[in-house]
Design a protein around this ligand. Structure first.
Ligand SMILES: Nc1ncnc2c1ncn2[C@@H]1O[C@H](COP(=O)(O)OP(=O)(O)O)[C@@H](O)[C@H]1O
Ligand SMILES: [Mg+2]
Length: 397
């Protein structure tokens, strides 16, 4: 019986030509509306290829503006062109939210150069040393993409970045490691020493959120790759572009398109119309967020509930972090949890900003303490409050 089901499903017509072209990991050969940024990267890396000088650059921007795609595309193009000019350069992309300790980042570096190297039990300095020695002895160069680096630095401090940018200093040899850092914004740079800060400050590449017409172009390019000809109505693309332009987020746009297509297939229809976008939007949105919320640690949940309540009660767009922290203490009392110390509380808040759950705005506030305002822009706070209470249910004694 399952055999029949299998055959039936495989025999079914699909609107997709190749749905994998909509996956968030796929990097298209051409990034529309990022030509200028690509050009800037090329200019910066010119001296790596021509003068073998290392360069550091920081790409910033909110979720889905193409930071990862741009850096990876650039790495793909850079490698063969450097080789063609006699420079033995490779690139390596590391997502520092996945490899979140200095050790695992360095282990990736070691493995990249020699997968068979035994590196277990060695300390971070030794690992970096191995890489530098390798680069020197093979006359090789590395373009290292450190993605979501802000998250990493907040977690681990500046030491790894410090050592990477000075990897060759002691030996007197040229630094063979260039870094393409990726972060939501420049704020994390203040955790670095002045010298490292300034090497990045020279080359900051901010990516703006996409406008609706830009998203439309991005979607249209992908429609051609992923769907059969004529399967997606123009109005569908326009509607998705319009929705996603609120955040300027190409990832969200592509996900809506993918989901809409999946539903059309599921219903055995042959045309992706705007109605399927409405459905996709209704599904994706709370689902994606719920998943993120469920995975928060207990005190992150408590802090988020505190923020939601504070914002609901004040009816303001932003709340001062000091006030949020007070509200957090009240919530902890309610759930009979010992509130965490101020610095720990900060870590939670910053992590949630990294996850895109809350937003920061610098504030000229009452105290000189690093002060920020917190906001929740993407989720209705009343909905969030209820969700958090549900997730924390059973915690209250
Ligand atoms: N200019 C663009 N042209 C085509 N696709 C893009 C463009 N910018 C982003 N994308 C696609 O949108 C999705 C999100 O981009 P990504 O680079 O992951 O964003 P970020 O790293 O800034 O969160 C990816 O699937 C990416 O391929
Ligand atoms: Mg990214």
């Amino acid at each position: 019986m399952f055999g029949e089901v299998f055959e039936e499903e495989l025999g079914r017509e699909s609107v997709f030509r190749d749905a994998s072209k909509l996956s968030p990991d796929y990097v298209p050969p051409m990034l529309v509306h990022r030509e200028e940024e690509f050009r800037q990267l090329t200019r910066i890396f010119r001296s790596v290829i021509e003068n073998k000088m290392s360069q550091h650059v920081l790409i910033t921007g909110s979720v889905g503006v193409g930071k990862t795609a741009l850096a990876r595309r650039f790495g793909e193009e850079l490698e063969p062109r450097a080789k063609g000019r006699g420079v033995n350069l490779t690139y390596l992309h590391i997502n520092c939210r996945k490899d979140k300790t200095p050790y695992s980042v360095l282990a990736k570096l070691v493995q990249h150069h020699n997968p068979r190297w035994p590196y277990h039990g060695l300390g971070p300095e030794k690992l970096l040393d191995m890489v530098v020695t390798y680069l020197n002895s093979h006359d090789a160069y590395l373009a290292l993409i450190l993605d979501e680096l802000d998250y990493f630095v907040q977690l681990n401090g500046p030491d790894l970045l410090y050592s990477l940018t000075r990897a060759a200093e002691e030996s007197g040899a040229p630094n063979r490691i260039s870094i393409i850092a990726i972060a939501r914004d420049k704020n994390f740079l203040r955790f670095l020493d002045a010298a490292t800060q300034s090497t990045f400050m020279h080359n900051v590449l901010p990516l703006d959120r996409y406008t609706a017409p830009q998203l439309k172009d991005i979607l249209n390019q992908r429609v051609g790759e992923a769907f059969k000809t004529g399967a997606v109505e123009d109005e569908t693309v326009e509607m998705i572009a319009e929705i996603a332009s609120r955040w300027g987020d190409a990832r969200f746009a592509l996900e809506l398109l993918w989901r809409a297509g999946m539903t059309v297939d599921g219903e055995g229809k042959d045309m992706v119309t705007p109605e399927y976008v409405r459905q996709a939007k209704a599904e994706v949105y709370p689902e994606v967020k719920r998943e993120v919320l469920r995975e928060l640690q207990l005190h992150e949940k408590l802090a988020l509930l505190a923020i939601a309540r504070k914002l609901r009660a004040s009816k303001q767009a932003y709340a001062l972090t000091e006030d949020v922290e007070k509200s957090y203490h009240v919530v902890c009392e309610e759930y009979r949890e010992e509130p965490r110390a101020h610095t720990q509380f900060w870590e939670y808040i910053k992590r949630m900003e990294g996850l895109g759950l809350i937003d920061f705005k610098p504030s000229r506030s009452r105290h000189r303490r690093r002060s920020l305002k917190v906001s929740i822009q993407e989720i209705p706070v009343t909905w969030l409050e209820k969700e958090m209470e549900k997730l924390l249910e059973g915690r209250k004694s």
